[in-house]
Design a protein around this ligand. Sequence first.
Ligand SMILES: [Zn+2]
Length: 144
Amino acid sequence: MGIYRKVLIEPFIKIKEQYKKYKTTARMCENNHAHYHSEKFCKECGKEVKEVEVEKEQLIWPDELIGSENFWHQTSNEFMYLFSNCYDIGFSKPDENEMKILSNDEIKSCIEVFKEKHKIDIELLEKKLKIKIEVEFGVMYHAS
Ligand SMILES: [Zn+2]
């Protein structure tokens, strides 16, 4: 963690994290003490350990929501940020080590380029999540 760092300055979509429920089995006693080995009786309460069906939640990744890998994501504080995997920035890149001032028009143009590129993805997200998707522009200090 935290070895690779970069600053992202680009458009993105912010949505609430989406979860799906799924069923799986777990080994538990009747007092809900979990067991990960093959012991027959609970060390804590002495009750029999049985295989039971439990319901768990799993985060839904964007590729499952839109059926493609057009976005990569980052999660933070119950929100998921979607970044483009196939986006042409809407302004000319600065040279190495050169600072570029972004005008409001350039920021608007970035957002428009993103919206155009991901028109279908945005429609799919809106349909699936039943919300209006807004494209925002911002900075993320990304560590992975
Ligand atoms: Zn127990």
